[in-house]
Design a protein around this ligand. Structure first.
Ligand code: BGC
Length: 747
């Protein structure tokens, strides 16, 4: 049992920073053992520090299972898949002796240009929170801790260590904190990683409101907060704010500064003790919970990531039944360097060394008896582009079907920088045009961590598969999907806009170098496109499969149970002739809200996999929060809501108006409250009524005239007292009225 009380002040100041790059401090005499941490979230990037450690993917790491990137796994919309991927991470962590995996990343994709879009799940906080919670549960079940990152509002790479995300509280609560909140309140994560950036001018690592009042006070977090690598400027201020552990090792001067802060009285020693307690308690809790991931091997892990990669693939188009490819027939041309050199992992902290690597070029011939020919078409560096193109065109012209793999090379997207456009490399677009003209049937497969401009592709391709960054089994998973061994199981977790200029943050991205204004507020992703009716290339939630579904018997009930505000039930039938999965998406709209609200917001979903002809009844429960907005607290207004059930945000097949019978919220009256607000307030209206009666007919006359009420109703009451009330000291008179209301409210 660790004993913080046995440590000296210097030792405690040392314990709140790492021992090295990937480890925490040990004080064996006090029973304190070190813990090892490693990136996450797409597989373990575990480095033996003697071989060179870094947080940018520069030095080698031990091999471990490379998962599909979160941008891919989000497209599964399948919490069970995410839970299994968590088990794979737990298995590798235990194999390598890692105590805490640095992930998942649950920041919201504010703009598709964000350099780390591949490392985050979605533009939607509900989906992000559910998938994030599932992968966390998969790991923590086996006593492997997580560090849910990056807390918070870490949505761009430009100036990521200093930029201030200037964002109002409603937007923070509804969009940027909601996934963290769900994970903290449902899975008890071991740690959170605080972000590099500032929020409204305050560094996340020094934000007491965020790290202590909200995270622990409101959400009940009982783990510890570690810093992102190099995020902390002042260790003493971080400890005071509730950011307990500074990573990596901060050096002697930083440790000394904590000692000095305690000795000079600027840091309360009890806060340092508390940070130390949190760190050692979490490590002990994890060790006590550790148990092996039974049945898992590296081979099984490879199978799991292969299934997940196939389930992540989103089929955007499939005309003339181009897919799946027939098992027998003429030649298949495979074109694109990605088929031979897959981009299976992201950059920076996602630079995982895989345990094995499947390419499409190796996998496809074993999945079909058809002849497969290959032409690279382009290179990732300088090559003879015209020659490569003409070879590719010849291969396409001589084949029955062409699978053309396009995508973003590493140099186009990574941790550390943002994109400036959505374009594919120009040589690939040139290749696309020439190959499309020559190919009889063209299937385009995209490899990218964040969405790309599809306007050149859509009209030219018969079928399009968005395959993302698919992990170490991406090649075999793609072969499975092409040949119909598995369906493309994905649905978009982020909108593909027509043009970057259409995207919500476009006018406020990436800020002026020191601040970035979140001017689009809560209107992120489809919340923006759908509210404004802006055309998109492919909507949120969209994805085709190899079978068809009928959804029937949809009901939306309002049960009389406190925890459930609404219950959606429907039956889904697989009407095609192949196994397939349907994602039931439930959106909510509040048409008569007192504040502006998005046209629709995802509040629930369920994935069902059905055999041909099979039917299943699906239920999705919506809690009170599904109807709430933030206004200093979560507010659910009584009245009508529209519950929409769809196959994407633009394909709603059933819409129901329900009425929620919840108590009307009484908005407190304050210094600026208007006449109208006084008249609507249950007590305020009585107090006001008494004033009107006392004032006599002239004032009552004003209130009887609807036009005059419109004119004066929006004025602050205190101004009316000054102008019309004849009060000698209107401010004092107003304060007395407020006090009267408050005291009657208390009664
Ligand atoms: C990244 C984190 C990562 C850490 C350690 C930082 O640069 O932002 O996501 O966990 O490095 O590699």
């Amino acid at each position: 049992m660790a004993r913080i009380s046995d440590l000296t002040l210097e030792q405690k100041a040392t314990l709140v920073t790492g021992a090295g790059f990937w480890s925490t401090q040990a004080f064996p005499d006090a029973g304190i053992e070190p813990a090892l941490v490693a990136d996450g979230p797409h597989g373990l990037r575990f480095q033996d520090e003697s071989g060179g450690a870094d947080h940018l993917g520069l030095n080698p790491s031990e091999s471990s299972t490379a998962l599909p990137a979160e941008a891919a796994t989000a497209s599964t919309w399948n919490t069970e898949t995410l839970r299994k991927l968590g088990e794979v991470l737990a298995f590798d962590a235990q194999r390598l002796g890692v105590d805490i995996v640095l992930g998942p990343g649950v920041n919201i994709k504010r703009s598709p240009l964000g350099g780390r879009s591949f490392e985050y799940f979605s533009e939607d906080p509900h989906l992000t929170g559910r998938l994030g919670a599932a992968i966390v549960s998969g790991m923590q079940k086996y006593g492997v801790g997580v560090s849910v990152k990056h807390f918070a509002a870490n949505n761009q790479e430009t100036k990521r260590m200093t930029i201030s995300a200037d964002v109002d509280e409603r937007t923070l609560r509804e969009i940027y904190l909601a996934a963290f909140e769900h994970i903290v309140t449902t899975t008890r994560p071991a740690t959170l990683m605080c972000a590099y950036n500032r929020i409204n001018g305050v560094p996340a690592s020094e934000d007491h409101w965020l790290q202590t009042e909200v995270l622990r006070g409101e959400w009940g977090f009982d783990g510890y907060v570690m810093s992102d690598w190099g995020a902390v400027d002042s260790m003493a201020d971080a400890v005071a704010a509730g950011a307990d552990l500074t990573m990596p090792h901060a050096g002697a001067a930083a440790i000394r500064s904590v000692v000095d802060a305690v000795e000079s009285g600027t840091l309360d020693e009890s806060l340092l003790d508390q940070a130390c307690e949190r760190i050692v308690t979490v490590h002990e809790r994890l060790r006590a919970a550790r148990k092996p991931v039974t049945g898992m091997t590296s081979e099984r892990a490879h199978e799991i990531v292969r299934e997940a990669a196939a389930e992540s693939i989103v089929m955007l188009k499939n005309e003339r039944s181009a897919l799946p490819l027939a098992p027998e027939g003429g030649t298949i041309a495979v074109i694109g360097e990605f088929a031979r050199t897959p981009r299976f992992r992201g950059g920076g902290s996602s630079m995982v060394t895989p345990t094995q690597l499947d390419t499409l070029l190796d996998s496809l011939p074993s999945a079909t008896s058809r002849e497969v020919v290959f032409a690279p078409g382009f290179t990732f560096s300088d090559g003879d582009a015209p020659r490569l193109r003409s070879e590719a065109v010849a291969a396409a012209a001589e084949s029955d079907v062409t699978v053309l793999m396009l995508g973003l090379p590493d140099s186009y997207e990574s941790e550390g920088f943002d994109r400036t456009h959505l374009d594919l490399p120009p040589d690939q677009i040139a290749l696309l045009k020439e190959v499309a003209a020559a190919a009889e049937t063209l299937v385009v497969v995209l490899t990218n961590g964040a969405v790309v401009d599809t306007r050149e592709i859509t009209p030219r391709a018969d079928a399009i598969l968005e395959a993302w960054i698919g992990g170490q089994a991406s090649g075999s998973a793609l072969a499975d999907v092409l040949m119909g061994v598995r369906e493309p199981g994905g649905r978009l977790a982020e909108t593909i806009p027509e043009r970057i200029e259409d995207s919500p943050a476009h006018l406020n991205w990436p800020g002026d170098g020191s601040r970035v204004l979140y001017g689009e507020r809560i209107y992120v992703g489809y919340r923006y496109y759908d509210t404004l009716g802006i055309g998109v290339a492919y909507p949120f939630g969209f994805g085709l499969g190899y079978t068809s579904f009928e959804r029937h018997g949809v009901t939306v009930e309002v049960p009389k149970r406190a925890e459930a505000a609404a219950l959606v039930t429907l039956t889904v039938t697989n009407t095609g002739d192949r196994l397939g999965s349907d994602v039931v998406q439930v959106y909510v709209h509040a048409p008569h809200a007192q504040v502006d609200r998005p046209r629709r917001e995802l509040r629930g979903f369920a994935k069902v996999t059905l055999d041909p002809g099979e039917s299943r009844t699906v239920s999705v429960e919506l809690d009170q929060r599904a109807f709430a907005y933030w206004d200093g607290e979560w507010v659910v207004e009584p009245g009508e809501y529209v519950v929409e059930i769809g196959a994407s945000s633009r394909d709603i097949y059933s819409s129901h108006t329900i009425t929620l019978d919840v108590p009307e919220r009484v908005r407190p009256l304050d210094y600026d409250s208007t006449l109208n607000e006084w008249m609507e307030h249950p007590i305020g209206s009585q107090v006001f009524g008494a004033i009107v009666t006392a004032a006599g007919d002239s004032v009552a006359g004003v209130l009887d005239d609807p036009t005059l009420v419109n004119v004066v109703g929006g004025m602050p009451m205190r101004k009316s007292l000054a102008m019309f009330g004849g009060e000698a000291d209107p401010d004092r008179a107003y304060a007395a009225l407020l006090a009267q209301v408050e005291s009657q409210m208390r009664e």
